[in-house]
Design a protein around this ligand. Structure first.
Ligand code: ZN
Length: 203
């Protein structure tokens, strides 16, 4: 199983971090050890002073594929949820400045909490999927799939031209605006449309 993450997929988030508009989807990966299992807290790592949440829709790959054409891409994912792409922003800033890989800022243990999946076919409008995260019971981030620069189909097609996708792989599809820091003691709760799909604490 692998976790693929798309960067810079919402205009307002690109603006808040002062990044360039991408011409094609940008992706990086997290290992299986980045998953945060249910009923576990997220332990704030000692190598960073600036862990940010990025609340994202996550799709699940349902059959193997490579070099998938965009028009067939919808056959390769069938379930969706919300996850957090935890980012050590201080380390990432240094990586970007020096042109270094992002793994130390993105791929660390428990950096990928993922909620319970729902079948995409059960959503009332699969082209406008609302999602969000409550930090200590207040909305911290809210987004909608209609604001994505690159669609799920485009993402699946693009990634599969470089990396073979397998059943059970996860793709984080980018964060909307409103990313921010977490602190020890915080409670994060993830919502797919109006439904709570996961919650955990920072310890
Ligand atoms: Zn992200």
């Amino acid at each position: 199983m692998k976790i693929i993450c798309i960067g810079r997929n919402y205009l307002a988030h690109i603006a808040e971090l002062d990044h360039e508009l991408p011409k094609e989807p940008l992706f990086f990966m997290k290992p299986a050890s980045a998953l945060l299992l249910p009923h576990n807290p997220f332990f704030y790592p000692d190598f960073s002073q600036e862990i940010d949440f990025e609340t994202e829709l996550v799709i699940r790959i349902c059959k193997p594929g490579r070099s998938i054409e965009e028009r067939f891409a919808h056959n390769y994912y069938d379930a969706i949820t919300v996850g957090i792409d935890f980012t050590a922003r201080d380390l990432q800033r240094r990586c970007i400045e020096k042109g270094l890989p992002w793994e130390i800022a993105k791929a660390f243990d428990s950096s990928a909490p993922i909620g319970e999946f729902k079948k995409i076919s059960e959503l009332h409008n699969p082209s406008e999927i609302g999602f969000g995260m409550k930090l200590n019971d207040q909305w911290a981030q809210q987004g909608n799939s209609r604001d994505m620069i690159f669609s799920f189909d485009r993402i699946v097609s693009h990634v599969s031209h470089f990396v073979t996708l397998k059943e059970g792989d996860y793709i984080f599809t980018g964060t909307p605006r409103g990313v921010g820091p977490v602190h020890v003691g915080d409670k994060l709760e993830l919502f797919l449309e109006d439904e709570s799909v996961f919650w955990f604490r920072v310890k």
